[in-house]
Unconditional design. Structure first.
Length: 144
């Protein structure tokens, strides 16, 4: 009963992300407390699922992530899973900063404010905000 590793979601994804971020063996009770789960048996259930996928290993000290997997919508940086949308928001933030600088230079030099530049500022600003909000929402799905 193998599942598609890239389709981790919900509590299973939270537990996997927690194990990856810890990098050391963790027991089910600690996982239950850290992720505010209803019972250790729920943690056991999801840990067994992760074991079947070959992503975690049970050791005498607890469970540990042994394999890295590509999770749709996330980028793995070391022991952290970062939503891809946060990177997109940073790209738009960089564009927004450049556009603001160009606008300020135009105003200081006495040139009239260009309607196209103002439109770009608005679109880029809204894009940055939307990607940031959606990225934060995705990030919070990994946290309790």
């Amino acid at each position: 009963m193998k599942q598609d590793k890239s389709q981790l979601s919900g509590t299973t994804l939270k537990i996997y992300a927690y194990l990856v971020s810890r990098g050391e063996p963790v027991g089910p009770r600690e996982i239950t407390r850290a992720l505010d789960l209803s019972s250790p048996s729920l943690a056991y259930y999801h840990l067994r699922k992760l074991e079947e996928l070959g992503l975690v290993e049970k050791r005498s000290e607890g469970y540990v992530a042994i394999s890295s997997v590509r999770i749709e919508g996330f980028i793995s940086l070391g022991r952290r899973l970062i939503p891809r949308l946060l990177f997109y928001s940073m790209f738009y933030l960089g564009l927004l900063i450049v556009e603001v600088i160009v606008t300020v230079i135009n105003i200081i030099s006495g040139q009239p404010v260009n309607v196209i530049l103002l439109t770009l500022l608005i679109v880029t600003g809204l894009s940055f905000i939307l990607f940031l909000i959606e990225g934060v929402i995705a990030y919070r799905k990994l946290r309790p």
